[in-house]
Design a protein around this ligand. Structure first.
Ligand code: ATP
Ligand code: MG
Length: 250
């Protein structure tokens, strides 16, 4: 049986229109989807199609105009509170938006430890970042003194302290170089296998989606279209179709 963790029913978001004479335009129109435990669901569409808007409604960052979000079958009113708020996390395309520029990495990383009631020690912080190739010395720096790749890895380290069940990955690797992308994608795959985490993977790269996603939903002008299950050979994508990001790494 499918163990649905997060579900959207008829989510709609309208924004004020920039066109004269038009009051509003619909960025996401009656979107319904479900995300199962341990599943990577791809949301694929071109720029401006409404991917981030739908994703941000699903993680509670913006309020839907219509529709319902359910977490483990329970309606989740906006703003999210309590357990769902901790268990549903987002990794942004631009990692700097995840961090307060005034705070050192040590200060930013300590926050989720406190929220989870975990002791914040030098050892715990060092361990948290070491699996992403960062060092204790990075902890004393502010976001402006870290590279994009380092900051994205720190953002992921920080999210995982919350032990999320769902992570919205909003084009999390598109700003990174090929090796860093491959490392993050590979880490996420292994982490999901170990912890049963669910991912909603937003991308405009068909080949990347086909390799990392169990199912792919297409979005066009705010409307969810057909769903597809990528073709695999023995659970993996065809060698000739392998995305360059992954072929570097695997
Ligand atoms: N806060 C906002 N106010 C007004 N319009 C917005 C707002 N946020 C998004 N939009 C518009 O809604 C539409 C969908 O935007 P969205 O960011 O969801 O697209 P996207 O599919 O994530 O695109 P990209 O691939 O470029 O990130 C776009 O036309 C965008 O300009
Ligand atoms: Mg977007």
């Amino acid at each position: 049986m499918r163990d649905v963790i997060l579900e959207a029913r008829g989510l709609t978001k309208r924004f004020r229109s920039r066109e004269e004479g038009k009051r509003s335009f619909t960025a996401v129109d009656k979107a319904s989807l479900s995300l199962c435990a341990g599943e990577t669901l791809g949301l694929l569409g071109e720029s401006g199609s409404g991917k981030s808007t739908l994703g941000q409604m699903l993680v509670g960052l913006i309020r839907p105009d219509e529709g319902t979000i359910l977490y483990r079958g329970q309606p989740l009113p906006f703003p999210f509170k309590g357990v769902p708020r901790q268990k549903i996390q987002i990794l942004f395309q631009h990692p700097e938006v995840s961090f307060n520029p005034q705070l050192t990495l040590r200060q930013s990383l300590s926050e989720p430890f406190r929220l989870r009631g975990k002791p914040v020690s030098d050892e715990a912080l060092a361990e948290c970042i070491s699996r992403f190739g960062l060092y204790p010395e990075h902890l004393e720096r502010r976001p402006g003194a870290l590279s994009g790749g380092e900051l994205q890895r720190a953002a992921l380290a920080r999210i995982l302290v919350m032990e999320p069940e769902v992570i919205l990955l909003d084009e999390p690797t598109s700003m990174l170089d090929v090796i860093t992308q491959a490392q993050i994608v590979d880490f996420l795959r292994r982490y999901r296998e170990e912890h049963g985490t669910s991912y909603l993977f937003i991308t405009h790269s068909t080949s990347l989606a086909e390799q990392v996603c169990h199912r792919i939903i297409h979005i066009r002008a705010g409307v969810l279209a057909e769903e597809e299950v990528p073709e695999r050979k023995g659970g993996e994508a065809n060698e000739k179709d392998r995305h360059p990001v992954l072929s570097e790494f695997q």
